[in-house]
Design a protein around this ligand. Structure first.
Ligand code: MG
Length: 161
């Protein structure tokens, strides 16, 4: 049995914040602002995985009003999400993701992000596709005010319930 899930996230880009995407620190003068480490790509992936399993969303499991998640490493959240979906009898087929950012330039960092995400999810890098694009100068992404990520995930259910 196959299950598809979709995730979307957006964060403001501000000066002086570390730019962590897919668990990889990327050299940048600005970084995503948020309660946790604000890893917008990893948050979209978590929501796609939770969505495929119909287990709610990242905000429900890790509320940004909870001080335990202040500055949280999103890799820890992703590992927890993977444990949750496995506990419910799912395994990951594949993920396909798009990060939309005007700056920094992400292409050179995509292989490291793919490697890191696969490692944390305990799957093969070939199961994780990460793409990057700009917004062609349009809208809040184009104005470098924000960064957006989309993810789709395919899960397989071991037993039909
Ligand atoms: Mg987020």
């Amino acid at each position: 049995m196959f299950r598809i899930g979709f995730g979307y996230d957006v964060h403001r880009m501000v000066a002086g914040r570390p730019c962590i995407l897919g668990g990889v620190l990327i050299p940048s003068e600005t970084g995503p602002f948020g309660h946790s480490d604000a890893d917008v790509l990893t948050h979209a992936i978590c929501d796609a995985l939770l969505g495929a399993a119909a287990l709610g969303d990242i905000g429900r499991h890790f509320p940004n009003t909870d001080s335990r998640y202040a500055g949280a490493d999103s890799m820890v959240l992703l590992r927890r999400v993977c444990e949750m979906i496995r506990t419910h009898g799912f395994r990951i087929g594949n993920l396909d993701c798009v990060v939309v950012a005007e700056t920094p330039r992400l292409a050179p960092h995509l292989p490291a992000m793919q490697q890191r995400l696969a490692e944390v999810m305990a799957i093969m890098p070939q199961q994780v596709s990460i793409k990057a694009t700009t917004s062609e100068g349009l809208g809040f992404v184009g104005a470098e005010e924000g960064i957006v990520a989309y993810a789709v995930a395919l899960l397989m259910q071991a037993t039909s319930e």
